[in-house]
Design a protein around this ligand. Sequence first.
Ligand code: COA
Length: 222
Amino acid sequence: MSPHMGTDLRIRPYEPRDRAAVRQICCDTADAGKPVERFFPDREVIADLVTSYYTEFEPQSAFVADNGSGAVGYLTGCVNTKRFVRVVTWRIAPVVFVKALARGTLWHPQTLRLFRANLGMWLTTGYRAGPTLYEYPAHLHVNLQNGFRGQHVGRRLVEAFFERARGVGVRGVHAGVSANNPRACHFFEELGFVEIHREPRFRSPDGSGTILYTIIYARTLD
Ligand SMILES: CC(C)(COP(=O)(O)OP(=O)(O)OC[C@H]1O[C@@H](n2cnc3c(N)ncnc32)[C@H](O)[C@@H]1OP(=O)(O)O)[C@@H](O)C(=O)NCCC(=O)NCCS
């Protein structure tokens, strides 16, 4: 069996020593499985925004796939999305904003292009989780490094999170998936998730005006 076969990977709870690997995997895979640089210039800032709730405020809902040398994939989860929105709004976003100012990320031409193309849409749509928060209060993100995909590692990570969510009495889970990531859409559908909502997320900053949608998938837990 090749050292990359999924069964060689151990699924285990997240530990603080996994933090750097989780942040790196996040940046390496953030654009529908590809590196983040196509749409954002600063790995530090995007990793703070996308991972720090899960690693700093709810590490007990995170899991990693470990190949013996460290994490090569992760699931970051949250069992109470209302808390997530509160923590991100009041604790994380302000700190990241100041950091982005200090690092000059806000004035980077790529950031300015992204803001110019999207600010209007973001201000009018926001986080439209509405009914989702009540029926499917938990949510998750799952990302594997290239080379470790398609070997049921993602499925095993999701199952680990389902067990955690059931253990704290949560009966519904949702996940946001980019509509331009058909492989991830198929993955969630195979795991019993159904589309409950679709919302515009990004207008491509390339001037084409193309709008990229996020599909909200959800499923109940038995
Ligand atoms: C999406 C991702 C987490 C799936 O994890 P994975 O370990 O590759 O998927 P699994 O092997 O567990 O697949 C489970 C099922 O999903 C479906 N699936 C997985 N990869 C697929 C692909 N590339 N194309 C179509 N279906 C796919 C299959 O039905 C598969 O079951 P089967 O092999 O028995 O038919 C992983 O591929 C990944 O990290 N991709 C890049 C980052 C990303 O897109 N993350 C999702 C962001 S929301």
